[in-house]
Each structure stands twice: as structure tokens, then as C-alpha cells.
Design a protein around this ligand. Sequence first.
Ligand code: FAD
Length: 461
Amino acid sequence: MKSVIIVGGGLVGALQACFMAKRGFRVDVYEMRQDIRDMEVVRGRSINLALSTRGREALRRVGLEDIVISTGIPMYARMIHDLDGTRRPIPYGKADQFIMSVDRRHLNELLLTQAEKLPNVEMHFEHKIVACDFNAGRITFSKSDGSHVTAHADLVVGCDGAFSGVRQQMMKKTLFDYEQVFIPHGYMELCMEPAPGDKFAMEVNYLHIWARDEFMMIALPNQDKTYTCTLFMPFDIFKTLDTPEAVLAFFRDKFPDSLPLLGEKYVTETVSTSKALPLISVKCSPYHVKDRAVIMGDAAHAMVPFYGQGMNCGFEDCVVFDDILSKHNNDIAATLKEFTEVRSVDAKAMCDLAFYNYIEMRQSVNSRLFLLRKKLDNFLYWLFPNMWMPLYTSVSFSRTRYHQCIANKEWQDRLIRRALYMSVPAMAALGYCVATRTRLLDAPVSETIQQLVERLRPTWI
Ligand code: FAD
């Protein structure tokens, strides 16, 4: 039986353990933290996550989709909170299309337990990777008591997150491209308690957004009827909110309708004393070393969280990897090579899309032109469901390859631009015909219009 070491027992590592073990590999998972199932409080990133089609497909394949869906909360639309308190929904897709708010800790625990149910999986908590010799298949871990252990395997899978130790070891090799960006915006989480009567404080099946052009706050519902609100903002603005008075003035000015729901005391104390956390985007290539090691999830492609795709993309890595293994009959060398070729193109595209969606969420949703375009996209999607898939739909509700989602959006934009160009001379020509027919225009004026039409006509028509 071939052996695999998975470094990182987070969302992607625990899922990959399920996939590899189901294929009959001997799997050892080494995780830096203690077992989160025994912890009272788990520190780390966002409390809840938006799960969509790609992530669901992965969970379905390991038999966890139903349980995750039954414990999540569907969100059918964005709910935009305008400055004057008006709330307006913008649906994500068709009436039956939704993303799911799921609890990160619960999901990670489910995945760890599912992996452990398989007899060929063993978990090793409080093991931090310190060195790798890929050629020898040897990895050294430090334990919490300061001692070191060495483990061997045929394949090392690095699922150890954005600051991956496995990736650092791979970077020592030549011809490894790496790009990392910290954006000038950070994030801070706030908790909105249930309203009196143990009810949700806002409409429940929505992802709430307070879009304020330069920054935004969002809120996702939790099973316990709380909302996790996340404030995304330039660090320069966070720095100015260092006293309760400054925070209060800021929230009264920018998010007035959220204040009574969050509570003035809670908001002012939390924001003025907490530190905003950074957001990183990582692109790299290749994802593998010969037939010895591969990285997946945030280790390979950490992205800013604005499309809600980081975990979904990481989960899809496991599906794509599994499909390629099947195609190559479990041949590791061929699989790793193809995995890099296929996946790095798509993950890079997704990293770009994630940046783009920050602008859409914090700014574009306030623009009439954007809303008009959304309506047009939805109409064309309804008219030509196999031809015209809006960008958000293809990213969140399909498994269209990410780079193809961008290519689709580009040709749609081109087509709409051309239609608009063509409509200008067409309208002018129409006006001209009507005017001359009804003899409203005298000859010189009609000639001028004719010249105008000629000038406006794009060369390619
Ligand atoms: P991680 O979750 O980071 O897990 C890595 C694991 O490796 C951890 O358990 C860690 O302890 C362990 N580890 C690290 N270093 C070592 C080491 N040296 N040795 C051993 N173990 C190690 N994604 C979505 O799809 N939808 C969302 O709505 C969404 N919202 C987000 C909101 C925010 C604010 C942020 C920051 C991210 C969000 N994401 C979202 C992205 C998502 O959190 C990540 O993409 C996802 O957690 C990646 O999973 P992973 O297993 O690759 O990495």
C-alpha cells in the first residue's frame, strides 16, 4: 500500500485525507494545532464560510454533503443596506440557487471525524513541519514538548495553509514561481446577537452587505441565530478608530442601521481595542515536486475572501486531483504533473476574480449601470441558459473551470459593447429615416445626419 503524509488537518487537509484513504492509500495527517474537537475556543479565521457548488461536490463525494447542508443556512441573495437604512436584495442567481453559510469549526470537525472513520488514516496533532527531504520522502516535525519526530512516505501533500511550510521547502528548488500580495485592507469580525425572542436580528436567508465604496461590512447568519459581521477596510481607516468615541462617530456616519443591532457598547469597545487582520493572496507554480510532493488549498493559492471561493476552490482541488488519479490509474508522477498544469491556471484565475469581486461588493452594487447589467445578464441567461451564464453563476453555481469563467465574461462584455456601438448608428439611422419620410428635415440637415451616421459607424461593421 502506498503511503501519504498530509501536512495540515484544516479544511482541505482533512478532506484530502478522506479522498486518499478511500482510494486505498495509507494516510497520516500531521497537524500543528491540537485537535480542535477537544478545544473550547478555536482561534483563527472567519467563523462562518459561504459554501457553494464546487465545495458541495467535494463533500458529496466523501458522503458529507447532506449533513453539512442540513446544518447550514441558505443565502439566496445579497441584502444591500443603503446609508439611509433602505434594504434591497440582489439575487445570486435563479430562485433555487443559493450559497450556504456554514460553521468553519463544525465543518472541520466533521471532516476530521469522517477521515478518522477510515481504518487506513491516522491523525497526529501538535506536529509542526520543520524540514522536508522530498527525494527521500522524509519529513521532520517538531512536537509541542520541543522534541522532533521523522516520518517517511511515498507522497507528501501540503495542505498547511497560506503560510505553508511545505511550500517554503518547495521554494528552495529552482524554477519555482511565487507571488504574494498583502492588500492594504484588513478585516475585523463582530458578532450580532439574536434579537429579543431569540430571533435573527435581520432577514435570515441573505448575505447582508453595507457597501460604502472604499470599504464594506458584511454579515452571514449562524445556526444559533447570531450573525458574524466582518468589517473590511483600509488599515489606515482602522488606525483612526482607536477610541470608543471615534468608533461611535464612524458607525453612526457609515453603518447607522447596524448600531442598534450590534449594540453601541459592544461595537465601540470591540473595534477600538481589536486588531484588524491582514488579507493575503498567493500565486505560485508548479504545485508539485516530481512524484514526491504536491500542495493544495491555500498552500497553493491563498486568495482574498471576497468571492467566498477560497475553501470551495481548495475542496475542488481534491476533486480534480481525485479525477486525475483515476485517469492515470493512481500513477502519482503523471497525476502531479497534470494537476499542476490544470489547476494552477484555474487557481490563478480565481485569485484574480477574488480581487475583482471586492470592487463589485463594496462599490458596484451601488451603481445603477451595474444593476442594469445584472438584469440584462439574468434575462439573457433565462433566454439562452446554455450560452449566456453570468459570471457569478458560473463561479458559484457551476464547475466551469475558473479561467473559462473569465473568458466567458470577456466575450459577453465584448458582445454587449458591440451591440451598444451598433445601436448608436442604428438609432441615428432610424431617426434619419423617420425624419426624411415624414419630411421633418430639410435636405442640408438630413445630409448632416447622414454624415454623422457614417462617422459613428465603427469600422468593423
Ligand atoms: P487552512 O484552513 O489554513 O488550514 C491549514 C491547516 O494547516 C491548519 O489547520 C493549520 O493549523 C495547519 N498548519 C499550518 N502550518 C502548519 C505546519 N507548519 N505544520 C503542520 N500543520 C500546519 N472560503 C470560502 O470558500 N468561503 C468563504 O466564505 C470564505 N470566507 C473567508 C473569510 C475570511 C475572513 C478569510 C480570511 C477566508 C475565507 N475563506 C473563505 C477562505 C478559507 O478560509 C480558506 O480558503 C480555507 O480555510 C483554506 O483551507 P486550507 O485547509 O487550505 O487552509
